[in-house]
Ligand binder design. Sequence first.
Ligand code: ZN
Ligand code: ZN
Length: 624
Amino acid sequence: MLQVYSAIPPYIPSHPPLPEILKLKTDLLGNFNSPFELKQLHALLIKTHTPLSSLPLTRVGLVCALSPSFAYAQRIFQTVGKPQIVVWNSCLKIFAEENSPQDAIFLFYHLRQVDVLPDDFTCSFVLKACANLLDILNGRIVHGYVEKLGLQSNLILQNMILHLYALCGAMSDARLLFVKMPQRDVVTYNIMISQWIKAGNLDMAYDLFSKMSQRNVRSWTSMISGFVQCGRSKEAIRLFLEMEREGQRPNEVTVVAVVSACADLGALDLGRRVHEYSNRSGFHENVHISNTLIDMYVKCGCLEDSYRVFEAMRERTIVSWSAMISGFAMHGQGEKALELYGTMIRSGMKPNDVTFVALLHACSHMGLVDKGWEFLTSMTRDYGIEPKIEHYGCMVDLYSRAGLLKEAHEFIVNMPMAPNGVVWGALLGGCRVHKNIELAEEAIRHISELDPLNDGYYVVLSNVYAEAGQWEEVVKIRKLMKHQGVKKTPGWSSITIDGVVHEFVAGDGSHPEAEEIFGMWEQLLVKMKLKGYVPNTSVVLLDVEDREKEKFLFRHSEKLALVFGLMKLPPGVSIRIMKNLRMCEDCHASFKLISAIENRHIVVRDRNRFHCFETGACTCRDYW
Ligand code: ZN
Ligand code: ZN
């Protein structure tokens, strides 16, 4: 107590004017940091006849909660006449929300020891602390209290417990609770949906989603993003259109998900519409959205639009730069890709492994073997990035395109990791262009082990033989495919007209306008033959007569889509086609001719790359 006296200025006993005391109090009242200082203040209040209620009680609680002075604090609350649990709850809230969730749990145990009865708030703050710490053990104990205290009807608490279980990956507990809950709201469903998606169980998530009587933007967005993440972009878009019909306003996360789905499917019209919506909603500062837009426009074959988005960005990440560099490379504008890389380095941005894949693509396209080597060495030397199999694949592609097939082969043999089907496939592609049967055979030997069911490679090999006039070998490939059990992946192509996606499969006679399409093709064929077109039947790996082969060839899905586009889109409008497989040699040659005959800009995105046909040429320079 002596120290208390020493802390009191000498004028206190002589009753100084009131304002002085008040000043003293406000200074001191909020300024105690330990039970000891609190006790000094307490003494001062008694001395100055100040009511105890002027003490900030939450602070009293915080200072004493985890110390032996706990009981002292309790006595203060009793004296003031404030229910203890109310003060302790505000302490729990502060602990749980401000970086000391462990203290919240500790205080909770202490309260139980001294028989202070928890209420709804107590449980909610402790649950929050458990969620912060991913502490499912204590979470279960709080859940037990909630049951014992009869708080099951508190939906917020139930949702918090559900969230905790789901967050800690205890999905079976979460499910059990979900089933038992006396009532559920949109939050309850959203918790379960987003956790099922995280656990990779999209069907469970969708099942719940479809059972919801009421959905908010979060429910829709979780589900749409979930579909996109699992590569089910068509379903994502279908859901997005439904969301719009129900009058829900998409948020920034929704926009990112839908734009990625559009990129996947080449759904340019919807992509553009969402882009406009995003700008109208003031999302243009969102870097993540802009990056996704760049990627979408690149993948829809609209390089200028993607560059416009890139240029308008005030802040760019490495993802923005890499997407744009890769866009130039994919569209056959290697020079611009390298130029942009220079600008990026000057701006102080450091490249990552994705940037180097894009750069190697660009070099490959321009046949810059030395430059490619330079990048491959620079990535490890200057940036400490270990090359991955993609980078080696790019190098093989680079050699193969440049006609350095021996070097490509040597490079594969000396790679520090086992080559995959893509790496051998790059060599095979080179063998086709540079007519090297021997290495092509070696490549397919490896591919048939590494990627036995991919029929695309057999088509390429068949081409190599056909071009060399080795027809008996072409027959052998058919037998080999049969032997290996290779099934032809059904090819499809799609084209969007007036926002409607039209899908064509090879040989498709089911389209309502099939007759007109075939008729127009025959007319085109006459003009093409005048320009020297000879059907390349070697791409048809079927054991049928040549006339029959031609029939198959003429009904390849991308040809059907192109003719349909020519019928429906006015002159001058670009035709954009998506194809799930690699475009065959015959379709490629036909498209080049048609682009000149019809004076059309045609963009085809096949499994590997973009082909932009204009005036009889393609940007891939016949190498894909
Ligand atoms: Zn074809
Ligand atoms: Zn091409």
